[in-house]
Write a protein that binds this ligand. Structure first.
Ligand code: ADP
Ligand SMILES: O=c1ccn([C@@H]2O[C@H](COP(=O)(O)O)[C@@H](O)[C@H]2O)c(=O)[nH]1
Length: 496
């Protein structure tokens, strides 16, 4: 284990992502399952972290995994408690030393795919640090700690409960080595704490909690036991995957339904006034012979027009000012917290437009790409503006979601779900785009998120399945959806 400067292991409480996160919601936009949570308990140095890491190694192809450590939830210590801790007289092994309520709340949020902020604990300082760590988006969570099976509220959140049963001499030997090498203790320190607190707590609390476990894994030579557990987890995750696919396939008829009467009545779509100027810009952007320089220039102009239109959907309150002519003018003032989140890369031109209109607007980005083998969207990276990271602020924040076109609506659905997971209100999300298709996207979005508004400069007739160009890395072609007549791949035309 590598110690950090704060004495905490580096590999815990970080979400590991391999090939991106597939949809965790159905066509109606609602989550179809919770994250899969595994609780691992056992004595100090029994091998809990070792087991968690072995599970992760064996599940390598999984999208996003987190090891959540109980250590993060040690309570804040006052001066007196700190003095006791530094003389090895503080009981870190009693259940009351852990903030179980906060622990269960953070885990519940993560299990429900909401963001959370966990405390950061320093073993070197025996103290909770002032900063917290933002976590979001794990589909498998492994919770490890000596007391993770003690609290009933925590136990209710686990899909699988494991206890690592290890010989006490081996645990003491491992702990001596670790605490001296990584936590800055002496032999005397470790033995004093072990005999006074660690051993009695194991006998009274930790050991007896093994009765809640579904599986007992030995603390050494445990390869076979870990393999069996991994097979069980793989089976459980495969079952979820199957139900997810069948859910999504039911969304497909929506694509064929077209721009039906209901969609044209949907007030969620705001189409820019089709002025001669706007039509002229569109003609240039749609022309395949337009140079890249001209494409950028006119895409930038169009972005400004779309953003200006979106600004009208924000809340304004009456505001009076004194004019230089000594009069009072009664006007309006924008009151909302506004930020922008662009879907990379095609949201880029609109992001530049938003910055021209709202100069200091906080910006974030979501990297969403199609899985080449299944065509499903994958969330590869999330970087959200500070207003959205905290739930209390997110609910009062208005978000311009930016992407240059909405075809099937798959990326839009995923991006909106991410914002809702963070607590942004559906009615506060305004999707700014150059182009939407009559088929597909609007139908899916209208049904899933009727409160979201879409500002677009054009609505095109068709959404067709096509083949992509040959991928220079894999030599393969993929099935892709394209809007017709459309503008082609706006991201490529703007950036390449
Ligand atoms: N099955 C195992 N085989 C070999 N070494 C192990 C095994 N389990 C744990 N260890 C070692 O024992 C030490 C303590 O294990 P760790 O997983 O950190 O304990 P815990 O998380 O329970 O406190 C580590 O150095 C780890 O590599
Ligand atoms: O400030 C602290 C906090 C905790 N401890 C000891 O840590 C272990 C739990 O961690 P494991 O990784 O499961 O071993 C617990 O037994 C506490 O005694 C500490 O020494 N100082």
């Amino acid at each position: 284990m590598l110690p950090t400067t704060q004495g905490a292991p580096t590999h815990k409480n970080h979400i590991l992502t391999s090939h991106g996160r597939p949809p965790w919601y159905g066509p109606d936009g609602l989550p179809i399952h919770n994250a899969f949570v595994i609780g691992i308990a056992g004595g100090s140095a029994s091998g809990k972290t070792y087991v968690a890491e072995k599970i992760i190694q064996s599940l390598q192809s999984l999208p996003s995994i987190l090891i959540l450590s109980q250590d993060s939830f040690y309570k804040k210590h006052n001066e007196q408690e700190l003095a006791l801790a530094f003389s090895n007289e503080y009981d870190f092994d009693h259940p009351s030393s852990i903030d179980m309520e906060l622990f269960a709340q953070c885990l519940k949020d993560l299990k429900e795919y909401k963001q959370t902020h966990i405390p950061i604990y320093s073993f070197v300082h025996h103290q909770r640090l002032p900063e917290t760590k933002y976590l979001y988006g794990a589909s498998v969570i492994i919770v490890e700690g000596i007391m993770t099976l003690l609290d009933p509220a925590l136990r209710d959140l686990y899909d699988l409960k494991i206890f690592v049963q290890c010989d006490s001499d081996l645990m003491l030997a491992r702990r001596l080595r670790r605490d001296i090498q990584q936590r800055g203790r002496s032999v005397d320190d470790v033995l004093k704490q072990y005999l006074r607190f660690v051993k009695p707590a194991f006998d009274n609390f930790v050991g007896p909690s093994a009765k809640y476990a579904d599986v007992i894994i030995p603390g050494a030579a445990n390869t076979v036991a870990i393999d069996l557990v991994v097979n069980h987890i793989r089976r459980k995750l495969a079952e979820r995957h199957a139900s997810f696919r069948s859910e999504l396939s039911r969304a497909q008829p929506a694509i064929e339904q077209g721009w039906d009467a209901e969609v044209s009545k949907w007030p969620g779509v705001v189409l820019l006034r089709q002025t001669p100027q706007l039509k002229g810009i569109h003609t240039i952007l749609r022309d395949e012979t337009t140079s890249r320089e001209d494409f950028i220039f006119f895409a930038d102009r169009l972005a400004t027009l779309v953003v200006e239109c979106g600004m009208d959907l924000l809340p304004y309150v009456p505001h009076s000012v004194q004019t230089p002519t000594d009069a009072i003018a009664h006007g309006l003032k924008l009151t909302a917290h506004v930020c922008g989140v662009s879907i990379i890369r095609a949201g880029g031109p609109l992001q530049a437009g938003l910055q021209r209109v709202l100069r200091d607007v906080p910006l974030g980005a979501l990297l969403i790409q199609s899985d080449p083998s299944t065509g499903e969207p994958l969330l590869l990276h999330t970087s959200l503006p500070c207003y959205i990271l905290h739930r209390e602020q997110a609910k009062d924040t208005w978000v311009f979601l930016l992407d240059s076109q909405i075809g099937t609506g798959a990326a839009a659905l995923m991006a909106i779900r991410v914002l809702l997971d963070h607590g942004v209100q559906e009615e506060h999300i305004i999707f700014l785009t150059f182009l939407i298709s009559q088929q597909g996207g609007p139908n899916v979005l209208r049904k899933a998120f009727p409160g979201v508004r879409i500002v677009t400069s054009a609505v095109d007739e068709l959404l067709l399945m096509a083949w992509s160009d040959v991928d220079w890395e894999t030599g393969e072609r993929r099935r892709v959806w394209k809007i017709v007549p459309g503008m082609g791949h706006i991201g490529d035309r703007y950036y390449l």
